[in-house]
Design a protein around this ligand. Structure first.
Ligand code: NAD
Length: 516
């Protein structure tokens, strides 16, 4: 019924038209700053009086918006509203549910520059990063719409004489999505619409740092006429509202993307049934990474250096897929390090309102302090060849690229997720040694290998234990249904967002057999 899925193309911001459109969108969005946003429950905006302020990370005092945070009582009411909405939404034909998503995608495509401008201002993404985030949100809407229709088709079973047998995929019930700030539109949107397109109803709890983008997405869903109560927006603190929702006896699944500590906490929390709880809650948990790029002795060093710099410092290193470890073969270590440092030095840093800046600010003061602490630790664990803490942070939370060379594989900066523009460079004596180092972390999200050796590339295919492996390219930038995304080990449940198995997380498989 829909045309085949295709990923949304990017634009080239050096061309006059996209540049002019983005500048106009930034001006238009700037004129809308400082408005007030509310939780949206069953289509109703609820004033709670518990107001939080969202600031521009690159202009510390610039208010993006005021947000009424949900209270525990409101969270409780929202679960009831979602339960009520489930009774009708679950019965809406899947093709109809899918059309809401395709309509929302069309609306978002028309406003792609506007949404990207909100991302620039609220999350300090560069123009291209912001555009990619919005494009990915469109991709999730389009892709999951098609996938839901596919899942709704008859599924083959082995014929059995005298019986009619079928397997149906039916919705589970009320779920909660808890999303991070680093892909405040794409990840939040993908987690929400995947759950509802198969017939569930949802409470969407966005990250505290990026509530305005969440509110804008909610407006878009309303414009697409998604029925009230199907997706409810509940901005608020993770420790209060999030905690209440994950522990609620009437919530049947939790879809989470965020840090390892919070993910593990949720995993443990939902394992204990609450009084009156009649199901095992499902958890989809996508967590952190300590991603490595391995560069072999015979690699194309310019391509490798470019890939490392893009993956380590794009969006200030605040991607779960970001390269935070460069593992270089001893034979090319010094030459590669020089090339990486040279490129990193040339990156432009500043308010991403100005399209020439490749890097913006880190998300907030907490992030700034945490990353700065790791830079200090790095000074004791290796040789600082680029010190990003010297950037001017008077206006915004700016940290420039930091590169620490000669780091031991087991050093803290080589093992712990920093989530900022800090790269640990590790020397490997051989390709075997490099793979061993690459695998020796708790995480297993993304990884890359630059090599010309077929034997080594094949070994990496088999032995590099990551959910998303890239050969001779950078380890960031997964596209919907091109590289389904999710990690191994402490990186999560490997749900493969944007992949053809993903919607199975949000359905019950029901086998029905009638004997004639
Ligand atoms: P975070 O864990 O601090 O917060 C994520 C969400 O959890 C937020 O909405 C927060 O309010 C909520 N939360 C916090 N405490 C909670 C609690 N007790 N109960 C319920 N909800 C709670 O993560 P973050 O700082 O927003 O995001 C960065 C992290 O996300 C990094 O670790 C990054 O690697 C990870 N991430 C992973 C993926 C992936 O696909 N694997 C993608 C993006 C980000």
């Amino acid at each position: 019924m829909f045309s085949p899925f295709q990923t949304e193309p990017y634009v080239d911001f050096s061309a006059p038209e996209p540049k002019a459109k983005m500048q106009a969108a930034l001006e238009a969005v700037s004129a809308q700053l400082g408005r007030t946003y509310f939780p949206v429950i069953g289509g109703e905006r609820v004033e709670t009086g518990d107001i939080s302020i969202s600031y521009n990370p690159a202009q510390k005092s610039q208010v993006i918006g005021y947000i009424h945070h949900a209270t525990p009582e409101l969270a409780e009411r929202t679960v009831q509203v979602a339960q009520e909405a489930f009774k009708t939404w679950a019965r809406v034909p899947v093709e109809v549910r899918a059309r809401y998503l395709v309509k929302a995608a069309a609306l978002l495509r028309r406003r792609i520059y506007e949404f990207s401008a909100w991302l620039v201002l609220e999350s300090s993404k560069s123009w291209l990063e912001a555009y990619a985030d919005t494009a990915e949100a469109i991709d999730f809407l389009e892709f999951y719409a098609r996938e839901a229709v596919r899942l709704g088709q008859p599924h083959p079973t082995t014929p059995f004489p005298g019986e009619e047998n079928e397997v149906l995929y039916i919705p589970i019930g009320v779920g909660v999505s808890i999303s991070p700030w680093n892909f405040p539109l794409a990840i939040m949107a993908g987690m929400a619409v995947s759950a509802v397109v198969v017939g569930n109803t949802l409470i969407m709890k966005p990250a505290e740092q990026t509530p305005v983008i969440a509110a804008k997405f909610m407006e878009l869903l309303e414009e697409a006429s998604l029925p009230p109560g199907v997706i409810n927006l509940l901005p608020g603190n993770g420790e209060t509202v999030g905690e209440l929702l994950t522990g609620h006896s009437d919530v049947q699944f939790v879809s989470f993307t965020g840090s390892r500590d919070v993910g593990l906490h949720i995993y443990q929390r939902i394992a204990t049934p609450q009084p009156k709880q009649r199901w095992l809650k499902r958890a989809i948990l996508e967590m952190g990474g300590k991603d490595a790029i391995v560069v072999d002795a015979d690699a194309d060093l310019d391509a490798a250096a470019e890939g490392v710099v893009q993956a380590a410092f794009g969006f200030q290193g605040q991607k779960c897929s970001a390269c935070s470890r460069l593992i270089a073969h001893a034979a090319i270590y010094d030459t590669l390090l020089e090339k990486v440092v040279e490129r990193a030095k040339s990156l432009t840093l500043g308010d991403p309102f100005d399209g020439k800046n490749f890097m913006g600010a880190v998300i907030d003061e907490d992030a700034y302090n945490k990353i700065s602490r790791y830079i200090e630790i790095g000074k004791t664990e290796g040789r600082i060849v680029l010190d990003g803490s010297q950037a001017d942070a008077s206006e915004g939370w700016f940290l420039a690229p930091t590169i620490v060379a000669d780091v031991a594989p087991n050093a803290r900066i080589a093992q712990e997720e920093i989530f900022g523009p800090v790269l640990a460079v590790i020397r490997a004596e051989s390709f075997d040694h490099a793979l061993e180092i690459a695998n020796d972390t708790d995480y297993g999200l993304t990884g890359a290998v630059f090599s010309q050796s077929r034997v080594h590339l094949e070994r990496a295919r088999n032995e590099f234990m990551v959910g998303n492996l890239y050969l001779n390219r950078k380890c960031t930038g997964a596209l919907v249904d091109v590289q389904p995304f999710g990690g191994f080990r402490m990186s999560g449940t490997d749900s493969k967002a944007g992949g053809r198995d993903y919607l199975h997380h949000f359905v019950l498989a029901k086998s029905v057999s009638e004997r004639w």
